[in-house]
Design a protein around this ligand. Structure first.
Ligand SMILES: Nc1ncnc2c1ncn2[C@@H]1O[C@H](COP(=O)(O)OP(=O)(O)O)[C@@H](O)[C@H]1O
Ligand SMILES: [Mg+2]
Length: 395
């Protein structure tokens, strides 16, 4: 049969057209020279971040010489930068007012490497990673987020980064490929958020699959698995937490990230299809893990937890699914869930996390509050897991 449509022409015509259109859109939203800047924080927000009272902030800390706030000419309100909040935090820590005021790891505590993973697309992996990462950075941790999804959604959330072109810039692949490997340090980009660094993603991450297949056919074995671990180890000293945002697939790169991980977060929406697909993900992952164990490379974690995302409490089928998940996963399901919220969806559309947006920017601040409350609670629960892994007592 002579069919008229050439698959090659179809794919390549639309790939070129789409790339062009998306590039124009990106330039319109973020001109290449437009550097992102993190918002400033009110004294009340400073108090919340430092976990001290408003009164304490107003009476004591904000009189600290050398930390001069930005003062709004119109209303006289003071605002502080994230750098200044960090400075305050370290100052308070020095005065020893509260244990772990400076939450950075100390002594024997090892860098925690978390894989946020699930092979279902749209299960909130990227949203979970960015919100957890920003939460931890705002709390004073040193965070590195590694984008391992060739679709580069996490990378795109940073707008224009100096020295990184999403089509040509180097990804973690440069540090894990078999030849001409680069030091991981060279792939790290600072962002507009103090304490939050990123390794970007791009299509070249896909090449890891072919190079690994080639290496296995030549040499056999599963030594490729340690490549991500080794790459991250090079920089782990500089961070308290490394977060890996995964691609929606269970391939060599995902397996390597699960091997490098010290903890795993599996975001799952409470929908029949998502839960079903998560079950298949676990089954497949278990099969691979068995092979790896057999090959002497078992992955061991401090914890692995399911997190319900995009939850709509008033939706009866979801509430039922939630009950089922509670029963099946029991204590391996985080107690807090992230609710579905237009505030989150809107923020992500503008390539920002909720932490980057001022409450006053929302026409319905209550919506923002509810979303923030649920995200903060889930993040605090994960923070507590980090503390447990470090052997700290949660205050
Ligand atoms: N809590 C939430 N409320 C509303 N929309 C959300 C929420 N979390 C994620 N989304 C939306 O769901 C979609 C998929 O989320 P994303 O984090 O990109 O998933 P993944 O990385 O697993 O593919 C995105 O369009 C995002 O805006
Ligand atoms: Mg994603």
């Amino acid at each position: 049969m002579n069919r008229p449509l050439s698959s090659l022409e179809f794919m390549s015509a639309f790939s070129a057209k789409l790339e062009h259109a998306l590039q124009n859109l990106a330039i319109a939203q973020y001109p290449p020279d437009a550097r992102r800047e993190m918002r400033k924080f009110s004294p009340t927000e400073v108090a919340a971040l430092l976990e001290v009272t408003d009164a304490y902030v107003r009476q004591t800390i904000l009189k600290e010489p050398g930390i001069t706030p930005e003062i709004n000419n119109l209303n006289g309100r003071r605002h502080y930068s994230l750098d200044q909040i960090l400075e305050l935090r370290l100052l308070l820590a020095e005065r020893g007012r509260k244990k772990w005021m400076n939450p950075r790891r100390a002594g024997e505590e090892k860098c925690q490497i978390l894989a946020v993973t699930n092979f279902k697309g749209g299960s909130s992996k990227t949203s979970t990673t960015i919100h957890l990462g920003h939460y931890l950075a705002l709390k004073g941790y040193r965070v590195l987020a590694v984008d391992l999804d060739p679709q580069a959604s996490l990378t795109a959330l940073h707008g224009t980064l100096p020295d990184f072109d999403p089509r040509e810039g180097e990804t973690l692949y440069a540090a894990i490929r078999f030849e001409d490997t680069k030091p991981t340090q060279d792939l790290i980009h600072r962002t507009h958020i103090t304490g939050f660094h990123v390794i970007c993603a791009g299509l070249d991450l896909i090449e890891f699959e072919t190079t690994v297949a080639l290496d296995m056919s030549k040499r056999g074995g599963v030594s490729f698995l340690s490549r991500v671990t080794n790459a991250l180890e090079q920089v782990a000293d500089d961070y308290d937490v490394i977060l890996m945002d995964s691609a929606p697939s269970l391939n060599f790169l995902t397996l390597s990230s699960l091997t490098a991980a010290t903890g795993v977060i599996i975001p799952v929406p409470a929908h029949m299809l998502d839960v079903d697909s998560t079950g298949k993900f676990l089954e497949l992952a278990a099969n691979y893990m068995q092979v790896l164990s057999g090959a002497g490379a078992p992955a061991k974690w401090d914890f692995a937890k399911f997190l319900v995302t995009k939850f709509e409490p008033n939706d009866a089928p979801q509430a039922n699914m939630m009950a089922l998940m509670r029963q099946v996963f029991s204590e391996d399901l985080l107690l807090n869930m992230v609710i579905k919220s237009t505030a989150v969806a809107d923020a992500l559309t503008f390539k920002q996390s909720l932490y980057e947006l001022q409450r006053s920017r929302f026409s319905a601040p209550k919506t923002y509050d509810r979303a923030m409350e649920s995200i903060n609670a889930a993040n605090a629960e994960i923070e507590k897991l980090l503390w447990t892994a470090w052997g700290r007592e949660w205050a």
